[in-house]
Design a binder for this molecule. Structure first.
Ligand code: ADP
Ligand code: ADP
Length: 229
């Protein structure tokens, strides 16, 4: 059974000044529990819009979304990683990872602090927990963003060009780390990227979108053995 079912979804961005933008047309996609799906396509084809509709940051204009996450609010079953990690500069790395908990009004839970520390160690940031974001490299900051997204152990991880701002070597390394997390936890991952090679390396399926007219034009089952991490 699919954990996410996107059924004939349409999206128009309306604007008073400009013409409305028809960003998604008739997009249908079923994502199985534990699947790693990449979405590729040229800039402006609607990849970010699709992710934002899945996580509720944008409303769709037509069609239906169904979630089978077991959570009352499906959005609580999702973690989101952006191209920029959006860390708070005045908070330590540990406190940045604990931010969602603090925003939820849960302070001082030892178990949360232990979980954050374990995640940071897994992501090889154990020695940097008390540092501040500006003391870390771009790749390290992005790993903090991933730790923060994993903090509430969501079954679904949504990633929008998570490695887009990183140099090629860091990208490759982080791709392998992401695979490790995926293999260990079997999360459902929806991964937006400009890089076809990254998509093929990581995914079960590659969804190809086209900007005219904001549609899925092809879905490719990869079926390659993944590199063992
Ligand atoms: P990307 O291709 O990596 O998504 P963009 O530069 O296209 O980056 O967009 C960056 C952000 O700005 C996106 O999150 C998108 O929602 C928003 N955006 C893109 N185009 C417009 C627009 N015409 N008007 C308002 N916001 C936009
Ligand atoms: P991608 O992520 O593939 O680059 P986006 O989803 O960011 O594509 O954008 C799809 C289309 O919707 C683009 O034409 C973009 O300019 C437009 N768009 C995105 N966000 C907005 C927005 N907030 N307002 C108006 N147009 C937008």
């Amino acid at each position: 059974q699919p954990i996410i079912e996107i059924d004939r979804v349409d999206k128009r961005y309306r604007s008073r000044k400009a013409e409305s933008v028809h960003a998604l047309r008739d997009v249908s996609l079923s994502i199985e529990d534990g699947e790693f799906v990449s979405i590729v396509g040229p800039s402006g084809c609607g990849k970010s819009t699709l992710l934002k509709i899945i996580n509720g940051l944008e409303r769709h204009s037509g069609g239906v979304l169904r979630f089978r996450t077991g959570a009352e609010d499906p959005r609580q079953a999702m973690g989101m990683v952006f191209q920029q990690p959006l860390l708070l500069p005045w908070r330590t790395i540990l406190d940045n990872v604990l931010l969602p908990r603090d925003l939820g009004g849960r302070r001082g839970r030892d178990a949360d602090v232990e979980r954050a520390k374990t995640l940071l160690r897994t992501l090889r940031l154990g020695d940097f927990m008390d540092r501040h974001p500006k003391e870390l490299s771009g790749g390290m900051q992005q790993r903090v963003g991933i730790a923060r997204a994993l903090m509430h152990d969501p079954p679904i991880l949504l990633m929008d060009e998570p490695f887009g701002a990183l140099d090629a070597m860091t990208r490759d390394q982080m791709s392998l780390e992401l695979l490790q997390i995926w293999e260990r936890d079997r999360k459902t991952v929806v991964f937006v990227t400009h890089s076809i090679s990254e998509a093929v390396l990581l995914s079960d399926r590659v969804v190809v979108m086209s900007s005219r007219p904001g549609r899925i034009v092809s879905v490719v089952e990869v079926g390659l053995p993944r590199p063992r991490s």
